[in-house]
Design a protein around this ligand. Structure first.
Ligand SMILES: CC(C)(COP(=O)(O)OP(=O)(O)OC[C@H]1O[C@@H](n2cnc3c(N)ncnc32)[C@H](O)[C@@H]1OP(=O)(O)O)[C@@H](O)C(=O)NCCC(=O)NCCS
Length: 172
């Protein structure tokens, strides 16, 4: 099974999101995803839902990014629904740290696999996932609004991943 190296470049903090984070989350969401961003009520719903985990990364006293993982009852598979880092904080290891934290939250809930869809042309995200050990297993044609194909990736999670990633989340 592939193992992702836990990123060392990120020296901030990862914690569960709180209602007070919503404005900052909305700002990141609107800047990063020009179309199809999660609306405010959606973020509120995910924050309160027992079937989702919303984690935020903070660095330099600011909210630098988030990751959202969804869970279904009686399924071994968790879904990475969204991940984003503020553009001015990009390329500092925050995305990789959030991804590792998402894996930890999935393992903590007994899931064995983390799956995601990513726009085929999103080279940065595809590279992030491949580097973290995700394998492509499918493709959805015209998956996104305004046309765009999606690649499907998954990673099998192990306890070793968990132990190494568990240093990352504070308060989870
Ligand atoms: C994808 C995203 C979350 C990466 O966050 P990040 O904090 O910049 O990523 P990291 O610094 O942890 O980089 C980890 C790896 O991702 C890849 N990567 C990140 N940005 C990249 C870029 N602009 N071009 C190519 N590869 C990139 C690299 O492999 C990188 O490793 P390296 O720096 O050692 O080369 C960020 O670019 C983002 O928010 N993009 C917009 C939202 C989005 O597309 N989300 C994914 C939807 S599925």
């Amino acid at each position: 099974m592939l193992q992702a190296p836990v990123p060392h470049a990120f020296h901030g903090r990862i914690r569960p999101a709180e209602p007070a984070d919503i404005d900052d989350l909305m700002r990141i969401e609107q800047r990063v995803f020009a179309i199809e961003h999660i609306p405010r009520r959606g973020l509120r719903r995910f924050l309160a839902s027992p079937t989702s985990v919303l984690l935020v990364a903070t660095a330099e006293r600011r909210l630098a990014g988030y990751v959202l993982v969804l869970f279904r009852a009686k399924s071994d598979v968790a879904r990475l629904y969204s991940i984003a880092v503020a553009p001015e904080m990009a390329r500092r290891g925050i995305g990789a740290a959030l991804l590792a934290a998402a894996e930890q939250s999935a393992i903590a809930r007994g899931r064995r696999v983390l799956r995601l869809e990513v726009r085929e042309k999103n080279a940065a995200a595809v590279s992030l996932y491949r580097k973290a050990g995700y394998l492509m297993f499918g493709r959805y044609a015209d998956y996104y609004a305004r046309r765009g194909h999606a690649l499907r990736f998954e990673k099998r999670l192990t306890r070793r991943t968990h132990r190494r990633a568990s240093r990352l989340i504070v308060g989870a």
